[in-house]
Design a protein around this ligand. Structure first.
Ligand code: PMP
Length: 397
């Protein structure tokens, strides 16, 4: 028999395991560790949302839904997206409900890529981008963003990567892992490039409710979706979901908004691979959109306070860290300690039992930084920061 290793499909063999997962295997089973590692809210989904899921089960709603998802939810999404992003989508033909943004990303890559087509995206970025492109037989073309520029994606750097094989431009603002928010002037230039070079834009806006507008971070910031810029709706696939702002990661619910032809192509894959998203999650999401705004704002304010604490403490420790406009991550620059990101993170874990993610887990451009997620209780963060201060104090002495 041929060795099983040789039976694995080439494109699967070629993708690496997630660097986050490798790192977190070291943490498993150690209850002394404070983890600033996993990019997941520490809150449970608000109670009224959980109740909606329970009630839907009590009523015996345990069936499939339409492949696109419940029409009532698509209608609610369309209203929400119009209010939030200023773009209107037809709930009947332009909204597809998926199993998280993760599935939506996979669908859009598979629906739009032919082998060898190039996808331009910015690094450091969410760990699944390059593998999702590769599994759809595309070619991942990263554009480096730099700590010196506070991880702003420059249109000129995108332009430099465009070739006659470029098909898609994948954007994520606010960005995981840096928290960066794209200035509107730059976003407009990028939209212009997409139009000139006939690129379809995939815009992952999963953190768009978590914005910190003023210095205190307590004011909500402004979000502009690239889909709302002139000439962009017809070439954009907007991805969003419930995992972050509504603290609903386990419900596994996301959606795409895109022109009917693209939605239909994505739906064809979805109907054969997933059939539909779980009905109880869809019912919970309906409740989230109808009555969840207040809870979202409460959680955002809690994140803002934690962000301020972290920024203040990193500054006191002499660890350079820019103040990002969104998400729930800080991406401090640890180069001055003379360790690689991985060495820094491993030693911090071994010596002080605090887990952060080495920046290179998010692509080579992340080397030199670490990701510290502040979706962790305030008191835990205070302890973690004391431990980090002790660690960097030793490195500096
Ligand atoms: N996009 C980004 C930028 C993310 O950070 C995440 C989750 N960490 C996802 C997509 C996937 O989210 P979901 O739970 O909706 O699949």
């Amino acid at each position: 028999m041929k060795p099983l290793e040789e039976r694995i499909a080439t494109q699967v063999n070629n993708i690496p395991r997630s660097g986050i997962r490798d790192f977190f295997e070291l943490v498993l089973g150690r209850d002394d560790v404070i983890s600033l590692g996993v990019g997941e809210p520490d809150f449970s989904a608000p109670w009224h949302i959980r109740e909606a899921a329970i009630y839907s089960l009590e009523k015996g709603q345990t069936s499939y839904t339409s492949n696109l998802g419940l029409l009532s939810l698509r209608e609610e999404i369309s209203t929400y997206v119009e209010e939030q992003f200023n773009v209107s989508y037809d709930p009947k033909s332009e909204v597809l409900i998926t199993v998280g943004v993760s599935e939506a990303l996979d669908l859009v890559c598979r629906a739009l890529l032919n082998p060898g087509d190039e996808v331009i995206y910015h690094e450091p970025c969410y760990v699944s981008y390059s593998p999702s492109i590769a599994m759809a037989y595309g070619v991942a073309v990263p554009v480096e963003t730099k700590v010196e520029d506070e991880f702003v994606l420059k249109a000129e750097d995108v332009a430099a990567k465009i070739t006659d094989r470029s098909r898609l431009l994948l954007l994520n603002f606010p960005t995981n892992p840096t928290g960066a928010v794209e200035p509107i002037e730059e976003l407009e230039k990028i939209a212009q490039l997409a139009i000139e070079h006939d690129l379809i834009v995939i815009s992952d806006e999963i953190y768009s409710e978590l914005l910190y507008g003023d210095e205190s971070g307590l004011e909500m910031g402004e979000h502009t979706s690239i889909a709302s810029l002139p000439g962009m709706k017809e070439r954009t696939v907007l991805l969003h979901g419930f995992s972050k702002a509504f603290a609903m990661t386990g419900f596994r619910l996301g959606y795409s908004c895109a022109p009917p032809v693209l939605t239909e192509a994505m739906m064809k894959i979805h109907q054969y691979s997933m059939l539909c998203a779980p009905i109880m999650s869809q019912n919970a999401a309906l409740e989230a959109l109808r009555n969840g705004a207040e809870e979202v704002e409460k959680m955002r304010k809690a994140y803002a306070r934690r962000r301020n604490l972290m920024l203040k403490r990193f500054e006191e420790m002499g660890v350079p860290c820019f103040a990002p406009g969104g998400a729930f991550y800080l991406f401090p620059d640890v180069r001055k300690f003379g360790l690689s990101s991985k060495e820094f993170a491993l030693r911090l874990l071994e010596e002080e039992s605090v887990a952060v993610v080495p920046g290179d887990a998010f692509g080579a451009a992340g080397e030199g930084c670490v990701r510290a997620c502040y979706a962790t209780g305030y008191e835990q963060l205070e302890i973690a920061l004391d431990r980090i201060a002790a660690f960097v104090g030793r490195l500096q002495s």
